[in-house]
Write a protein that binds this ligand. Structure first.
Ligand code: FE2
Length: 399
C-alpha cells in the first residue's frame, strides 16, 4: 500500500459515465510522485502486453523489452512454451539484453535492447550464463566464494499468459488469469480469427513526449475523428461511434466506428487496400473496431487488416510506443504485399501527423495552472470507462 499523492475523493469524481464523470486531475498527466504511485498501482499488478507469439516461433527466440521500467526477456523455451523473466543479472545488476557495443556518440544514451535467438543468455559484464529457463548455469571464478552455488541463482520468473496470440506479462506473483476477463471482446472479435493473424515487425518510437494516458485517450475516443481529422476521416464519422458497456471484471474496453460504405480504410482512397479478412460479415465490413486491454494494448480492426500498439510509460510525461500491422497469412503471401503495406503505412501517417502534435499540445496544456477537469461527449464515453478503471486501481493501492 502507498499513499496516493492526490486525494482519493478528488479522483472519485472521474468515475462514472460520460453523463456524469469529469476528467482526471491534471497532475496525473505530469506529476513525478504520481507517476511513481501509478507505476505500482496500475502497472505493478495488471497484464502488460509485450508482443505477439509469432515474433518468437522457434526455441530460443526471444524478445528483449521493457515494461514499466523493468527490462524483460520473453523467450520460447526448450519445451516450446513462452516464458518471461527479468533481464537483470543477479550478480551486479547489469541488464543482460542491453547492447554494450555502442558508437562513441551514443555510449551514454539509455540502453538499447537486443532481441534474437539464443541457446543461453550471457551477461556481457562478467560472463555469468543463464539457460533459456533463466537458471544460472555458469559463473567464472566463483569457486572460492564461500557457499556460492550456481544452482541457487536464477533470473526472477515473471507470470506470462497468451491471449489470441498476444503475449502478456504480470509482475504479481499469482495474478488472476486474463483470458476469462476478455470474453466480451472475444465475442466481438470472433470473425477476425485474431489467433491466426501475423504481425509485421513493430516500429518502436522511444520517449514519445506525452503521458501514456494521453496516447490511450487519443486512440480510443472517436469524438475527434470528424473534427481534428475533418476531411480524411469522413468515411468513418464520429456520429457512428458506439462503445460496449464496461463492467467490473471486464479486462477490455472496446467500441465500433461505423463506416459510410463497406471496406473502408485509413488512407487517401478511404478504401481497404488488402482483400477483406476471410470470415467477416457485411456488418463487420462496415465498421472499425477499437479495443483496449488496459493498461498497455491498443488494437484496431479494419475490414482488411488490424493494427496493434503497445504503450509503455518511461516517465511522467513520456512513453515508448510500439506499432504494427497484423494480417492473415493469405494477405502476407500476396505478391504485392510489401508495396501495398507501404501505401497503408503512408496512409496512416496522415492521421498521425494530426494526432501526435495534438497529443503534444494536450500534454502542454494539462501542465498549465488553467488545466481543466472537463466534461465528456457521448462520443468519448470510453474515456469515463478508462477513468473508472484507473480510479478503481488507484483506490485499491492507496492507504
Ligand atoms: Fe486521431
Amino acid at each position: 500500500m502507498h499513499e496516493s499523492p492526490i486525494p482519493i475523493d478528488s479522483l472519485r469524481r472521474s468515475k462514472g459515465t460520460y453523463e456524469d464523470a469529469i476528467g482526471l486531475p491534471p497532475a496525473v498527466y505530469s506529476d513525478g510522485a504520481w507517476h511513481d504511485f501509478e507505476m505500482e498501482a496500475v502497472f505493478g499488478s495488471e497484464w502488460l502486453c509485450v508482443g505477439r507469439q509469432e515474433q518468437i516461433p522457434d526455441v530460443g527466440d526471444y524478445l528483449a523489452v521493457t515494461r514499466a521500467g523493468e527490462p524483460l526477456i520473453v523467450v520460447r523455451g526448450a519445451d516450446g512454451e513462452i516464458s518471461a523473466m527479468s533481464a537483470v543479472c543477479q550478480h551486479r545488476g547489469t541488464c543482460i539484453t542491453a547492447s554494450v557495443d555502442r558508437a562513441d556518440d551514443d555510449m551514454l544514451d539509455p540502453p538499447e535492447w537486443v532481441s534474437g535467438n539464443a541457446r543461453q543468455f550471457r551477461c556481457p559484464y562478467h560472463y555469468w550464463v543463464y539457460d533459456l529457463d533463466g537458471q544460472l548455469v555458469g559463473a567464472p571464478e566463483m569457486t572460492r566464494t564461500a557457499g556460492f552455488e550456481v544452482g541457487d541463482v536464477r533470473l526472477p520468473k515473471i507470470a506470462v499468459e497468451t491471449w489470441r496470440g498476444f503475449v502478456f506479462v504480470n509482475f504479481s506473483s499469482d495474478p488472476p488469469a486474463l483470458a476469462p476477463q476478455l470474453a466480451k471482446l472475444d465475442a466481438a472479435l470472433e470473425n477476425y480469427a485474431v489467433d491466426d493473424l501475423i504481425t509485421v515487425d513493430p516500429v518502436v518510437m522511444r520517449d514519445v513526449p506525452f503521458n501514456w494516458k494521453i496516447m490511450i485517450e487519443n486512440f480510443m475516443e472517436m469524438y475527434h475523428n470528424s473534427r481534428l481529422h475533418h476531411g480524411i476521416h469522413d468515411f468513418a464519422p464520429s456520429s457512428g461511434a458506439w462503445y460496449a458497456d464496461h463492467e467490473a471484471g471486464d479486462a477490455a474496453m472496446f467500441g465500433f466506428n461505423a463506416t459510410v460504405e463497406p471496406d473502408g480504410g485509413f488512407n487517401p482512397t478511404f478504401k481497404a487496400l488488402f482483400p477483406p479478412l476471410p470470415n467477416l460479415t457485411m456488418e463487420d465490413r462496415q465498421r472499425i473496431v477499437f479495443a483496449f486491454v488496459p493498461p498497455t494494448l491498443l488494437m484496431g480492426f479494419q475490414p482488411d487488416s488490424a493494427f496493434w500498439f503497445a504503450v509503455d510509460p518511461t516517465g511522467p510525461t513520456s512513453h515508448d510506443l510500439s506499432m504494427a500491422y497484423i494480417f492473415p497469412a493469405s494477405t502476407v503471401d500476396l505478391p504485392d504485399f510489401g508495396e501495398t503495406l507501404e501505401a497503408a503505412i503512408d496512409g496512416v501517417a496522415n492521421f498521425n501527423r494530426q494526432d501526435m502534435p495534438t497529443n503534444v499540445a494536450t500534454q502542454f496544456g494539462m501542465q498549465s495552472r488553467f488545466a481543466p477537469r472537463g466534461r465528456y461527449s457521448w462520443q468519448e464515453g470510453v474515456l469515463a470507462q478508462f477513468n473508472s478503471w484507473l480510479v478503481d486501481r488507484y483506490e485499491a493501492a492507496s492507504d
